[in-house]
Design a protein around this ligand. Sequence first.
Ligand code: SAM
Length: 290
Amino acid sequence: MDAIQHGWFSEIQNELWPGQSFSLKVKTVLHKEKSKFQDILIIDTETYGRCLILDGIIQCTTRDEFSYQEMISFIPLCSHPNPEKVLIVGGGDGGVAREVAKHPKVKEIHQVEIDDRVVDLSKKFLPEMARGFDSPKLKLVIGDGFKYMKDHKDEFDVIITDSSDPIGPAESLFKESYYGLMKTALRVGGIVCSQGGSFWLDPSHVKEVMTGCRVHFPNVSYAVTSIPSYPCGHIGFVVGCLDQKLNLNTPKQLFSSKEIDEMDLKYYSSSIHTASFNLPRWVHKYFYES
Ligand code: SAM
């Protein structure tokens, strides 16, 4: 079925969100192609700005992307006392690189993205996100994040997995074995943070990912951010660290309001960091007590 009908784009029906589908009114189709890995569609919408869609699923819109990019980056970076060397897996739109590059303690950013077409098209159509690729701190490699991880040991302070959903090329990035590989790629005291799905959509999937993370990390938590263009209006992050005693919900790096403004952070603050780990009672019970 054509994803755009009567001027509306609707996300594909799939097993990730049975019986529901988010739609956006389309102004213009900017680009459409099939890359080696996925269908890529970029549209301009009436109320959410420009939107990147991979395999029929919304990846980001220019209206609300900052809430995801800031939180997936600053939660692990500020939980770590000295995040000098960071790895980003996925993140082909450049938004996470843009945010990570803002952190004053980050010296080196390595990024591995499987699809160079997402990078090139983001540079062309989503320049506000893709400016992350201009950072002098960044080294971009085109390749599979799962395979890349196998070749890197004791290297990174923080690993951020900004992947698409667990169908298609990103499937391996949600597996327990991926958490095992990330553990060996981390330095002592390292932290991982991955796109972790929504507890409204499928709490059992989130719990499965957290359980996979717990096999390798003694300290695992789940934080959420609010973002209207993702299914159910929010998305979570699975955060794991090697230090059992570290309180992930308490930032080690505190920024003043002036510093937050200078970094142009619109969503992240130290208080949002802590609040994002506070879950509704039923979710807390399901993730941590059952
Ligand atoms: N924020 C978005 C979300 O949560 O839906 C994800 C954005 S980003 C565009 C996702 C990127 O992950 C895509 O560019 C995709 O090509 C990349 N990706 C998927 N599987 C990958 C893999 N195995 N290794 C590296 N990158 C991968």
